[in-house]
Design a protein around this ligand. Structure first.
Ligand code: PRP
Ligand code: URA
Length: 211
């Protein structure tokens, strides 16, 4: 069976910032800034093959041919809460992207995803959707998000997760093999509470200082 595509970044800046992010001594202000920066760097790599078209530009000295972004327009889809900080970073790089919000939390007992909110751009079916969430753990939240996007006709979907567990990658690709996963690290495993080991702990709590 062909497996889905997983891209693991090895850019030195991404690896460096990820190490600081994992450190339990990193406070929530720095944590949030790092997540934003990592999302921006990752989006830079994810969009590397995006099509461009020739345009004419007039400089103060001459007219020349330049290039502009073309092809499918992008919608960034942060999964609440922790995806919000990644959306800030991606939007800084792609300011014209539309944003769709999906509220999902994991039931602490069953670890099953509970969707409590979803609002997408009206033309989501025509856009490339870039789902952003720092953690791909069991994969339940991201599968629920992909399901919601596909139900609305969206066909081009990419996932950007800072840290992934092998279990989560498998779950996403068992359900949606067409979806590409971009991540800065594939960690060892999940613990009994569904946390990624070694991971970075609870992304939402560390971002927003809620614990
Ligand atoms: C975290 C994380 C992902 C999810 C990953 O959110 O930001 O959305 O867990 O876990 P999964 O792959 O097993 O579904 P959480 O459920 O803690 O919600 P929160 O961001 O609202 O705190
Ligand atoms: N959600 C998190 O925030 N961290 C994990 O390790 C797993 C799920």
């Amino acid at each position: 069976m062909t497996t889905g595509k997983v891209y693991v970044f090895d850019h030195p800046l991404i690896l460096h910032k990820l190490t600081i992010l994992r450190d339990k001594r990193t406070g929530h202000k720095e944590f949030r800034e790092l997540v934003e920066e990592l999302a921006m760097l990752m989006a830079f790599e994810v969009t590397r093959a995006h099509p461009t078209r020739e345009v004419e530009v007039e400089t103060p000295l001459a007219t020349m041919k330049g290039r502009s972004i073309a092809g499918q327009e992008i919608a960034v889809i942060p999964i609440l809460r922790a995806g919000l900080a990644m959306e800030v970073g991606v939007s800084r790089l792609i300011p014209t992207a539309r944003i769709g919000h999906v509220g999902i939390y994991r039931d602490p007992e069953s670890l099953e995803p509970v969707t409590y909110y979803a609002k997408f751009p009206v033309d989501i079916a025509e856009r490339e959707a870039m789902i952003v969430d720092p953690m791909l753990a069991t994969g339940g939240s991201i599968v629920a998000c992909i399901d919601a996007l596909k139900q609305r006709g969206c066909r081009t979907i990419k996932v950007m997760a800072i840290i992934s567990a092998p279990e989560g990658i498998k779950k996403v690709h068992d359900a949606h093999r067409d979806v590409e996963i971009y991540t800065a690290a594939v960690d060892s495993h999940l613990n009994d509470h569904g946390y990624i080991v070694p991971g970075l702990g609870d992304a939402g709590d560390r971002l927003f200082g809620t614990k």
